[in-house]
Write a protein that binds this ligand. Structure first.
Ligand code: AMP
Length: 127
């Protein structure tokens, strides 16, 4: 699937340095920053630096280096948050809201890392 990318979206503007963010980590291929409206004690967004609309766009069109770099950055943030259960952390949840059904607000791929408390079941009962 080829998506058209709107480079006026807010995360593109953060990547260009036009608006500030509360940076957690920056690597060659990824930027991580605190969500402006946190829904848990830990709520970090990780975005690739490349212009990808969502996860399927990224998985299909990104280079291997971008895919590895993005995923390693997610791992580094989880380590920074001391959230990995194997390291005594409480655990965490990764979320990538996509499109209309996923209720995606910002059309640049972002993975939410949520943690710091027990988050409850993933979805409410189907309606
Ligand atoms: P969604 O696209 O629904 O997965 O979520 C977009 C997320 O971006 C929301 O959790 C917002 O609170 C967050 N957000 C929007 N603008 C900013 C910003 N300038 N800095 C950090 N987080 C933001």
């Amino acid at each position: 699937m080829a998506y058209s990318y709107d480079d006026t979206n807010i995360f593109a503007r953060i990547l260009r340095g036009e608006i500030p963010c509360s940076k957690v980590l920056e690597t060659e291929h990824a930027l991580a920053f605190n969500d402006i409206a946190p829904q848990a004690p830990h709520h970090v967004l990780v975005i690739p630096k490349g212009a990808y609309v969502n996860y399927d766009d990224f998985a299909s069109n990104a280079t291997d280096a971008e895919i590895i770099g993005f995923n390693r950055a997610i791992g580094e943030v989880i380590a920074q948050l001391n959230a990995a259960p194997g390291d005594g952390g409480l655990g965490y949840r990764l979320v990538a809201n996509t499109g209309e059904a996923g209720v995606q607000d910002v059309p640049h791929l972002h993975v939410h890392i949520l943690g710091g408390r027990v988050l409850g079941r993933m979805l409410p009962a189907a309606q």
